[in-house]
Design a protein around this ligand. Structure first.
Ligand code: SAM
Length: 296
């Protein structure tokens, strides 16, 4: 059954506002940064095999804040190396904001940016049509796999672009998190089924394919207190992002609203501290190697 509700992605301005609010209200960026600064550098140190130029692809880069942190770690591990960075982002506004940030950062002079105002599948189509043979050393997909039609196919395509020693990093909500459970419990009612993908699904898909990976849990919670006050605009915006439904409060049935709010306050998925409701928004980072070609 297809949901009669509209996806939040239909309204790019509201999507952006809601995403920014969730970032302000959650420890997500803090824990992602912690991972980028303390765990990712060892992975980045091994890419490239001494090449003078490293090729990077950012898939669903948004405004580039997380991308730039990762690029900075990559450059620290490979001083003096040139970096070619392909950015893929379907929202023109977010791509514009990313470009504006880069324009104000003279320290990024040794990085060449190629801006692709495309979805992952449009990028794949163009890559295949042009028969491009360039290989990438580092590809990342941070909080974006929810929006592609076929996450497994998207992973396969980008993994196939990795050079020897290359790495593909995926970050998304974990299957055990409140956000992951919510998306899994109401996939048909909330929006597209695709949006319900979590780290658990990606790992089972990789296990079934026999693809090796490393995975790391990134703790995070989001303060959803205002969601429980009817008519509160902050709460409504937060609810839109958590459910990925445009105007969830105004368009969801009372049963669905009750079900979603009930899960958000279930002690399995949230804690109350100092009168605030902190919802478990744990993430998972999954790192894949290049596909090994058997020469026997
Ligand atoms: C939650 S944001 C994450 C942005 C950024 N990676 C970050 O971590 O801050 C998801 C991003 O994926 C982009 N996106 C949505 N559908 C996409 C698709 N089919 N292919 C590539 N990116 C997509 C959105 O425009 C948005 O900027």
């Amino acid at each position: 059954m297809t949901s009669p509700l509209k996806c939040l992605t239909c309204d790019d301005d509201r999507y952006q506002k809601a995403y920014k609010l969730v970032l302000e209200r959650s420890s997500h960026q803090h824990h992602t940064r912690d991972f980028i600064h303390n765990t990712l550098p060892d992975t980045l140190a091994g890419v490239g095999n001494g090449k003078p130029q490293l090729n990077v692809i950012g898939v669903g880069s948004g405004e580039g804040n997380i991308d730039l942190e990762m690029l900075s770690q990559l450059c620290q591990k490979h001083p003096g190396v040139l970096v070619d960075n392909e950015v893929l982002e379907p929202s023109s506004q977010r791509l514009y904001n990313y470009k504006a940030t880069v324009a104000q950062r003279p320290d990024l002079k040794h990085i060449t940016f190629t801006w692709n105002n495309t979805t992952a599948s449009e990028f794949e189509q163009q890559w295949r049509q042009k028969n491009i043979t360039k290989k990438a050393d580092f590809i990342h997909m941070v909080q974006m796999l929810y929006y592609v039609e076929d996450p497994g196919a998207t992973i396969s395509f980008f993994q196939s672009l990795l050079d020897k020693n290359g790495k593909l990093l995926i970050i998304l909500v974990s299957g055990e998190s409140g956000s992951g459970t919510l998306r899994k419990n109401f996939p048909d009612q909330l929006c597209n089924k695709e949006v319900s993908v979590t780290g658990a699904e990606i790992k089972s898909l990789l296990d079934a394919r026999g693809v090796p990976y490393q995975s790391y849990k990134l703790q995070s919670h989001v303060d959803l207190t205002e969601c429980f006050t009817e008519g509160d605009q902050t709460g409504e915006l937060l609810l839109d992002f958590i459910t990925q439904v445009l105007d969830f409060s105004g368009t969801a049935s009372p049963e669905l609203r009750r079900g979603v709010l009930g899960l958000m306050r279930d002690p399995k998925y949230s804690v109350e501290r100092g009168g605030r409701v902190l919802f478990n928004n744990e993430n998972e980072a999954i790192i894949l190697d290049a596909v090994t070609v058997c020469t026997d």
